[in-house]
Design a protein around this ligand. Structure first.
Ligand code: NCD
Length: 312
Protein backbone atom coordinates (compact mmCIF):
# COMPACT_ATOMS: atom_id res chain seq x y z
CA UNK A 1 0.00 0.00 0.00
CA UNK A 2 2.77 2.43 0.88
CA UNK A 3 5.56 0.46 -0.79
CA UNK A 4 7.47 2.49 -3.37
CA UNK A 5 5.54 5.67 -2.60
CA UNK A 6 7.04 9.13 -2.39
CA UNK A 7 6.26 11.13 0.75
CA UNK A 8 5.81 14.67 -0.55
CA UNK A 9 2.76 16.02 1.28
CA UNK A 10 0.70 14.79 4.24
CA UNK A 11 -2.33 15.19 1.97
CA UNK A 12 -1.12 12.23 -0.13
CA UNK A 13 -2.08 9.92 2.78
CA UNK A 14 -5.54 8.77 3.82
CA UNK A 15 -6.65 8.51 7.41
CA UNK A 16 -6.41 4.70 7.11
CA UNK A 17 -2.82 4.91 5.85
CA UNK A 18 -1.85 7.28 8.65
CA UNK A 19 -3.39 4.94 11.24
CA UNK A 20 -1.48 2.02 9.76
CA UNK A 21 1.66 4.13 10.04
CA UNK A 22 0.90 4.91 13.71
CA UNK A 23 0.36 1.24 14.49
CA UNK A 24 3.64 0.36 12.79
CA UNK A 25 5.45 3.13 14.70
CA UNK A 26 3.98 1.79 17.94
CA UNK A 27 5.28 -1.69 17.05
CA UNK A 28 8.70 -0.12 16.42
CA UNK A 29 8.54 1.59 19.81
CA UNK A 30 7.74 -1.73 21.50
CA UNK A 31 10.81 -3.33 19.90
CA UNK A 32 12.85 -0.97 22.10
CA UNK A 33 16.35 0.20 21.38
CA UNK A 34 17.69 -2.98 19.85
CA UNK A 35 18.69 -3.26 16.21
CA UNK A 36 16.20 -4.79 13.76
CA UNK A 37 17.21 -6.31 10.44
CA UNK A 38 14.25 -5.22 8.33
CA UNK A 39 16.28 -3.00 6.03
CA UNK A 40 19.55 -4.90 6.06
CA UNK A 41 21.48 -4.15 2.85
CA UNK A 42 19.43 -1.01 2.08
CA UNK A 43 20.94 2.46 1.87
CA UNK A 44 19.25 5.77 2.66
CA UNK A 45 20.61 9.00 1.13
CA UNK A 46 20.01 12.24 3.03
CA UNK A 47 20.36 15.49 1.06
CA UNK A 48 20.01 18.50 3.35
CA UNK A 49 20.25 21.92 1.71
CA UNK A 50 19.05 23.65 4.91
CA UNK A 51 20.05 23.31 8.58
CA UNK A 52 18.61 20.39 10.54
CA UNK A 53 19.27 18.57 13.78
CA UNK A 54 16.33 16.32 14.52
CA UNK A 55 15.06 15.50 11.07
CA UNK A 56 18.35 14.34 9.57
CA UNK A 57 19.68 12.58 12.65
CA UNK A 58 16.40 10.83 13.43
CA UNK A 59 16.13 9.60 9.83
CA UNK A 60 19.69 8.29 10.01
CA UNK A 61 19.12 6.75 13.45
CA UNK A 62 15.89 5.13 12.18
CA UNK A 63 17.72 3.63 9.20
CA UNK A 64 20.53 2.27 11.40
CA UNK A 65 18.05 0.80 13.88
CA UNK A 66 16.41 -1.03 10.99
CA UNK A 67 19.74 -2.59 10.04
CA UNK A 68 20.29 -0.36 7.00
CA UNK A 69 22.92 2.28 6.31
CA UNK A 70 22.83 6.00 5.59
CA UNK A 71 24.94 8.29 3.43
CA UNK A 72 24.45 11.94 2.68
CA UNK A 73 25.38 15.57 3.10
CA UNK A 74 24.20 18.50 5.17
CA UNK A 75 26.79 21.01 4.02
CA UNK A 76 26.11 21.90 0.41
CA UNK A 77 29.38 23.82 0.27
CA UNK A 78 31.20 20.49 0.33
CA UNK A 79 29.28 18.91 -2.57
CA UNK A 80 29.47 19.38 -6.33
CA UNK A 81 26.51 21.74 -6.06
CA UNK A 82 29.16 24.25 -4.99
CA UNK A 83 30.76 23.67 -8.41
CA UNK A 84 27.48 24.52 -10.11
CA UNK A 85 25.89 21.08 -10.49
CA UNK A 86 22.11 21.27 -10.83
CA UNK A 87 19.70 19.66 -8.37
CA UNK A 88 18.39 17.10 -10.88
CA UNK A 89 21.88 15.73 -11.57
CA UNK A 90 22.65 15.51 -7.85
CA UNK A 91 19.42 13.58 -7.29
CA UNK A 92 20.20 11.23 -10.21
CA UNK A 93 23.45 10.30 -8.48
CA UNK A 94 21.84 9.73 -5.09
CA UNK A 95 19.22 7.60 -6.85
CA UNK A 96 21.99 5.45 -8.30
CA UNK A 97 23.68 4.99 -4.91
CA UNK A 98 20.72 4.54 -2.56
CA UNK A 99 17.30 2.87 -2.14
CA UNK A 100 15.47 5.95 -0.80
CA UNK A 101 16.23 9.68 -0.67
CA UNK A 102 15.35 12.21 2.03
CA UNK A 103 15.60 15.81 0.86
CA UNK A 104 15.29 19.18 2.60
CA UNK A 105 15.49 22.27 0.43
CA UNK A 106 14.61 25.98 0.75
CA UNK A 107 12.69 26.05 -2.55
CA UNK A 108 9.03 25.04 -2.61
CA UNK A 109 8.53 22.09 -4.92
CA UNK A 110 12.17 20.89 -4.74
CA UNK A 111 11.13 17.50 -3.32
CA UNK A 112 8.55 17.08 -6.06
CA UNK A 113 11.19 17.77 -8.69
CA UNK A 114 13.48 15.22 -7.01
CA UNK A 115 10.66 12.66 -7.06
CA UNK A 116 10.19 13.21 -10.79
CA UNK A 117 13.89 12.53 -11.41
CA UNK A 118 14.43 9.61 -8.99
CA UNK A 119 13.12 6.07 -9.37
CA UNK A 120 13.55 5.38 -5.63
CA UNK A 121 11.06 6.79 -3.09
CA UNK A 122 11.71 10.45 -2.23
CA UNK A 123 10.80 11.75 1.20
CA UNK A 124 10.26 15.47 1.64
CA UNK A 125 11.96 16.65 4.83
CA UNK A 126 10.81 20.25 4.28
CA UNK A 127 10.52 22.37 1.14
CA UNK A 128 10.58 26.10 1.89
CA UNK A 129 7.51 27.18 3.84
CA UNK A 130 5.27 24.59 2.20
CA UNK A 131 5.34 20.96 3.33
CA UNK A 132 7.02 18.86 6.02
CA UNK A 133 4.94 15.68 5.94
CA UNK A 134 7.06 13.47 8.20
CA UNK A 135 7.01 16.13 10.94
CA UNK A 136 3.21 16.20 10.68
CA UNK A 137 3.19 12.39 10.98
CA UNK A 138 5.23 12.67 14.19
CA UNK A 139 2.95 15.43 15.52
CA UNK A 140 -0.19 13.41 14.80
CA UNK A 141 1.40 10.30 16.28
CA UNK A 142 2.26 12.23 19.44
CA UNK A 143 -1.37 13.32 19.89
CA UNK A 144 -2.53 9.73 19.16
CA UNK A 145 -0.07 8.29 21.71
CA UNK A 146 -0.37 10.91 24.43
CA UNK A 147 -4.15 11.44 24.30
CA UNK A 148 -5.26 8.06 22.95
CA UNK A 149 -6.62 9.45 19.68
CA UNK A 150 -7.08 12.53 17.49
CA UNK A 151 -10.81 12.50 16.70
CA UNK A 152 -12.90 14.84 18.87
CA UNK A 153 -9.94 16.88 20.11
CA UNK A 154 -9.77 20.68 20.43
CA UNK A 155 -6.43 21.86 19.05
CA UNK A 156 -4.73 25.28 18.88
CA UNK A 157 -1.79 25.94 16.54
CA UNK A 158 0.13 29.00 17.73
CA UNK A 159 2.77 31.08 16.02
CA UNK A 160 4.05 31.58 12.51
CA UNK A 161 1.28 30.02 10.46
CA UNK A 162 2.31 31.96 7.37
CA UNK A 163 5.84 30.68 6.82
CA UNK A 164 5.91 27.61 9.09
CA UNK A 165 5.90 24.39 7.07
CA UNK A 166 5.54 22.19 10.17
CA UNK A 167 2.42 24.12 11.23
CA UNK A 168 1.02 24.05 7.68
CA UNK A 169 1.55 20.31 7.28
CA UNK A 170 0.00 19.56 10.67
CA UNK A 171 -3.03 21.71 9.83
CA UNK A 172 -3.43 19.85 6.52
CA UNK A 173 -3.02 16.53 8.32
CA UNK A 174 -5.71 17.36 10.88
CA UNK A 175 -8.27 17.61 8.06
CA UNK A 176 -8.11 13.80 7.75
CA UNK A 177 -9.36 13.37 11.32
CA UNK A 178 -12.66 14.30 12.95
CA UNK A 179 -11.33 16.95 15.31
CA UNK A 180 -13.88 19.05 17.15
CA UNK A 181 -12.25 22.45 16.82
CA UNK A 182 -9.09 24.03 15.39
CA UNK A 183 -7.91 27.42 16.63
CA UNK A 184 -5.41 29.23 14.42
CA UNK A 185 -3.57 31.57 16.79
CA UNK A 186 -1.16 34.10 15.32
CA UNK A 187 -0.27 37.76 15.10
CA UNK A 188 -2.18 39.32 12.16
CA UNK A 189 0.89 39.44 9.89
CA UNK A 190 1.58 35.70 10.39
CA UNK A 191 -1.93 34.42 9.65
CA UNK A 192 -2.38 31.15 7.79
CA UNK A 193 -1.95 31.57 4.02
CA UNK A 194 -5.13 31.99 2.04
CA UNK A 195 -4.68 28.80 -0.02
CA UNK A 196 -4.47 26.70 3.17
CA UNK A 197 -7.44 28.54 4.69
CA UNK A 198 -9.46 27.84 1.53
CA UNK A 199 -8.56 24.16 1.79
CA UNK A 200 -9.85 24.00 5.38
CA UNK A 201 -13.26 25.39 4.48
CA UNK A 202 -15.98 22.80 5.09
CA UNK A 203 -13.49 20.16 6.32
CA UNK A 204 -12.73 21.45 9.81
CA UNK A 205 -14.49 23.72 12.27
CA UNK A 206 -11.86 26.44 12.76
CA UNK A 207 -11.51 30.02 13.97
CA UNK A 208 -8.70 32.54 13.88
CA UNK A 209 -7.62 34.05 17.18
CA UNK A 210 -4.95 36.63 17.94
CA UNK A 211 -4.26 35.91 21.60
CA UNK A 212 -3.73 32.39 22.96
CA UNK A 213 -5.11 33.51 26.35
CA UNK A 214 -8.59 33.54 24.77
CA UNK A 215 -8.57 29.78 24.12
CA UNK A 216 -6.10 28.26 26.59
CA UNK A 217 -8.83 26.91 28.93
CA UNK A 218 -10.73 25.33 26.07
CA UNK A 219 -8.16 23.08 24.32
CA UNK A 220 -6.59 19.61 24.57
CA UNK A 221 -3.47 20.37 22.50
CA UNK A 222 -1.39 23.54 22.17
CA UNK A 223 1.03 23.28 19.23
CA UNK A 224 3.60 26.09 19.40
CA UNK A 225 5.95 27.15 16.58
CA UNK A 226 8.81 29.63 16.32
CA UNK A 227 8.79 32.66 14.03
CA UNK A 228 10.60 31.51 10.85
CA UNK A 229 13.24 34.24 10.73
CA UNK A 230 14.94 32.87 7.61
CA UNK A 231 11.73 33.15 5.54
CA UNK A 232 11.11 36.85 6.17
CA UNK A 233 11.73 38.97 3.09
CA UNK A 234 12.39 41.97 5.40
CA UNK A 235 14.53 41.52 8.56
CA UNK A 236 12.91 44.63 10.12
CA UNK A 237 9.53 42.87 9.94
CA UNK A 238 11.01 39.90 11.84
CA UNK A 239 12.40 42.21 14.53
CA UNK A 240 8.94 43.73 15.02
CA UNK A 241 7.15 40.43 15.36
CA UNK A 242 9.65 38.08 17.05
CA UNK A 243 8.41 38.46 20.62
CA UNK A 244 4.72 38.81 19.95
CA UNK A 245 3.67 35.61 21.78
CA UNK A 246 4.98 33.49 24.62
CA UNK A 247 3.83 30.44 26.55
CA UNK A 248 4.62 30.64 30.27
CA UNK A 249 3.39 29.25 33.59
CA UNK A 250 0.99 32.17 34.06
CA UNK A 251 -0.78 31.30 30.82
CA UNK A 252 -0.88 27.58 31.64
CA UNK A 253 -2.58 28.21 35.00
CA UNK A 254 -5.80 28.57 33.03
CA UNK A 255 -5.28 25.33 31.07
CA UNK A 256 -6.95 21.94 31.62
CA UNK A 257 -4.65 19.61 33.63
CA UNK A 258 -4.63 17.21 30.69
CA UNK A 259 -3.44 19.81 28.14
CA UNK A 260 -0.36 18.79 26.17
CA UNK A 261 2.03 21.38 24.72
CA UNK A 262 3.83 20.35 21.53
CA UNK A 263 6.49 22.07 19.41
CA UNK A 264 8.36 20.76 16.34
CA UNK A 265 11.56 22.35 17.75
CA UNK A 266 13.85 24.23 17.64
CA UNK A 267 12.22 26.56 20.16
CA UNK A 268 13.88 29.93 20.45
CA UNK A 269 12.21 31.72 23.35
CA UNK A 270 8.49 31.35 22.59
CA UNK A 271 8.15 28.82 25.45
CA UNK A 272 9.44 29.83 28.89
CA UNK A 273 12.07 27.35 30.13
CA UNK A 274 10.01 26.78 33.30
CA UNK A 275 7.37 25.07 31.13
CA UNK A 276 9.89 22.34 30.20
CA UNK A 277 9.61 20.91 33.74
CA UNK A 278 5.80 20.64 33.74
CA UNK A 279 3.65 17.71 32.70
CA UNK A 280 2.18 19.91 29.94
CA UNK A 281 5.48 19.82 28.02
CA UNK A 282 5.56 16.89 25.61
CA UNK A 283 7.86 18.35 22.95
CA UNK A 284 10.94 16.37 23.93
CA UNK A 285 8.89 13.18 23.89
CA UNK A 286 7.49 14.29 20.52
CA UNK A 287 11.06 14.66 19.18
CA UNK A 288 11.91 11.19 20.53
CA UNK A 289 8.90 9.73 18.70
CA UNK A 290 10.68 10.93 15.53
CA UNK A 291 12.74 7.73 15.47
CA UNK A 292 9.93 5.11 15.64
CA UNK A 293 7.74 7.14 13.27
CA UNK A 294 10.57 7.46 10.75
CA UNK A 295 11.38 3.76 11.19
CA UNK A 296 7.77 3.05 10.26
CA UNK A 297 7.91 5.39 7.25
CA UNK A 298 11.13 3.85 5.94
CA UNK A 299 10.05 0.26 6.41
CA UNK A 300 6.66 0.94 4.81
CA UNK A 301 7.97 2.74 1.72
CA UNK A 302 10.75 0.19 1.32
CA UNK A 303 8.23 -2.64 1.61
CA UNK A 304 9.78 -4.39 4.61
CA UNK A 305 7.11 -4.05 7.24
CA UNK A 306 5.49 -7.44 6.57
CA UNK A 307 8.58 -9.03 8.12
CA UNK A 308 8.28 -7.04 11.37
CA UNK A 309 6.70 -9.84 13.37
CA UNK A 310 9.51 -12.24 12.48
CA UNK A 311 11.96 -9.90 14.24
CA UNK A 312 12.79 -10.41 17.86
C1 NCD B 1 10.91 22.43 11.63
C2 NCD B 1 11.36 22.73 10.22
O1 NCD B 1 12.51 22.58 9.85
O2 NCD B 1 10.47 23.12 9.45
N1 NCD B 1 11.87 21.74 12.35
C3 NCD B 1 11.84 20.38 12.37
O3 NCD B 1 11.94 19.73 11.35
N2 NCD B 1 11.67 19.80 13.55
C4 NCD B 1 10.39 23.59 12.36
C5 NCD B 1 11.23 24.84 12.43
O4 NCD B 1 12.35 24.90 11.92
O5 NCD B 1 10.74 25.77 13.06
Amino acid sequence: MLKGRDVLSILDFTKGELERLFETAFEMEKKGRGKLRLLEGKILATAFFEPSTRTRLSFEAAMLRLGGSAVGFSDVGRTSLAKGENLADTIRMLDAYADAIVIRHPIEGAAKLAAEVAKSPVINAGDGSRHHPTQAMIDLYTIWRELGGIDGKRIAVLGDLRYGRAATSLIYGLTSFGIEKLFLVSPPSLRLRQEVMDFLGGKVNFSEVENVGEVIGDIDVLYVTRVQRERFPDPAEYEKIKRSYRVDLGLLEKAKDSLIVLHPLPKVGEIDLEVDKTNFARYFKQAAYGVPVRMAILSLVLGAVGRLNDQT
